[in-house]
Design a protein around this ligand. Sequence first.
Ligand SMILES: C=C1C[C@]23C[C@@]1(O)CC[C@H]2[C@@]12CC[C@H](O)[C@@](C)(C(=O)O1)[C@H]2[C@@H]3C(=O)O
Ligand SMILES: O=C(O)CCC(=O)C(=O)O
Ligand SMILES: [Fe+2]
Length: 340
Amino acid sequence: MVMLPHAESQTLVKIGPTKSNKTKFPGIPVIDLSRPQEAKNLIVNACQDYGFFKVINHGVPPLLVSELEHEAIGFFNMTESQKDQYCPPNPLGYGKNRIGTNGDVGRVEYLLLSASNFPTNCNIFSSLAKEYVEEVRKLGCNILEMMAEGLKIEPKSVLSRMLSDDKADTVLRLNHYPPCLDPKPEPNLDLYPNHQIMSHGKPPIVFGEHTDPQLISIARSNAASGLQICLADGTWVAVPHDDSSFFINVDDLLQVMTNGRFRSVKHRVVADSSKSRVSMIYFGGPPLMEKISPLGLLMEPGEESMYHDFTWFEYKSCSYKTRLADNRLSLFHKNSQVSH
Ligand SMILES: C=C1C[C@]23C[C@@]1(O)CC[C@H]2[C@@]12CC[C@H](O)[C@@](C)(C(=O)O1)[C@H]2[C@@H]3C(=O)O
Ligand SMILES: O=C(O)CCC(=O)C(=O)O
Ligand SMILES: [Fe+2]
């Protein structure tokens, strides 16, 4: 029997009451990409069980990662008026305390960049970010190919081709969460008018719960904690930080393309650290006109798609009209019941 290796399970924190009927969480799956034969099946298991895993021996040069992080810190250290010279997030640009355009708030500042259109007025991000995205895109393609092999579907490029396409819709997000010196619930109700990011007795939520709409997200952060994922039984678990690894999220489109076999993972960030947190996330989306529907080779005889067919453009446009915590996929579910 192959044992699943798990990340620092002894340091995992389970949040919320543990009921006896809840399955014990053994820790975030860790996939060693230098062992591809084993990795294929472990990736599939992780996508089915959690929609989330960590990769080691990923091949992205550590120097490139630390240089981009250094530049990101330099950017966030600039004065407010310097940063405000970047366009407000519409949806790309520099934003602070507001996430998206539909009323969500967070204790975070960020820069959202499109890989096909890196800013030319800023020599910081033009070449480094491009190089970083290329390396992470390669990592994403490698993972999606292993996934296809693990699922036993051919060709193995059936998923990865969407990221390697010249028209792939790729977004890079740099987030900065200021240090939380007093991790008590935030009493300022003006900033959080609908209480949505208050959580009494627990560290405040600084980036609210959501799933990512794309295919996969490839994230890393400095050595500061805060990221949490939601398990199938609704329990939130903390993800131990690891600045030398990448964390992979299954996103909404992959849930649809596997007809619900893989889980688009709900995640959030809490102010859990007295350290500033800087995260860099690659969101891998397909070309805008790509038609999204379950992969034929995965379907059992007589199995029907759980979702209406749509293009990534349709799904993305629709997603950007929703609130962060909305269940965007339910809008395309055949037995549609909008839930929040
Ligand atoms: C509230 C929102 C922010 C978001 C667009 C949306 O209307 C719903 C999806 C959000 C999300 C989550 C993952 C990524 O961080 C993001 C860039 C994306 O593609 O979808 C954000 C959007 C955003 O911050 O603009
Ligand atoms: O900062 C993080 O680690 C996660 C942020 C996130 O989920 C996002 O930007 O979509
Ligand atoms: Fe996210």
